[in-house]
Design a protein around this ligand. Structure first.
Ligand SMILES: Nc1ccn([C@@H]2O[C@H](COP(=O)(O)O)[C@@H](O)[C@H]2O)c(=O)n1
Ligand SMILES: C[C@@]1(CO)OP(=O)(O)OP(=O)(O)OC[C@H]1O
Length: 161
């Protein structure tokens, strides 16, 4: 049996913060604000995984009111969520992710993001796709107020003998 999940997240830009997207630090004049490291792409992917198996969402498992998750490494949160999904008996099919921002250009970092995400989930890199788009200068991403990300995942129930 297959399960599909989708995730969406937004973080606003902030000065004096690193820009970490898809587990990759991108050299840029500003980063993203958040309770954690604000990796908007890993948050969307984490939500997609949790959503696929009906495990609510990232904030339920890792509340932004909990000091334990202050400045949390989103790579760690993704791995924890994936562990919960695996314990429900699911194998990874594929993930397709989209980063939405005017700047910086994400294309130079997409291969690194694919490698990092594949490594965190212990899957093949060809099971992960990372895309980027602008919104043609429209809306909050177009005004460069923040970055949005979306992710869709497909999981397959592991057959029991
Ligand atoms: N932050 C971004 C946005 C886009 N790209 C790449 O540019 C292509 C064209 O984007 P449009 O929004 O004009 O359709 C897009 O397909 C990406 O390859 C990017 O690297 N970083
Ligand atoms: C990751 C968590 C927890 O540190 O905090 P944020 O970095 O604020 O991220 P968000 O996507 O708003 O929600 C999940 C939070 O619980």
């Amino acid at each position: 049996m297959f399960r599909i999940g989708q995730g969406f997240d937004v973080h606003r830009f902030a000065k004096n913060r690193p820009l970490i997207i898809g587990g990759v630090t991108i050299p840029y004049e500003k980063g993203l604000a958040g309770h954690s490291d604000a990796d908007v792409l890993l948050h969307a992917l984490t939500d997609a995984l949790l959503g696929a198996v009906g495990l609510m969402d990232i904030g339920t498992h890792f509340p932004d009111t909990d000091p334990a998750f202050k400045d949390a490494d989103s790579a760690f949160l993704l791995k924890e969520a994936w562990q919960l999904v695996k314990e429900k008996g699911y194998a990874f099919g594929n993930a397709d992710c989209t980063i939405i921002c005017e700047r910086p250009k994400m294309a130079p970092y997409r291969e690194q993001m694919k490698d990092r995400i594949a490594s965190l989930l212990a899957v093949d890199r060809d099971q992960i796709n990372v895309k980027a788009t602008t919104t043609e200068k429209l809306g909050f991403t177009g005004r460069e107020e923040g970055i949005a990300a979306m992710a869709v995942v497909l999981l397959k129930k592991v057959e029991e003998n």
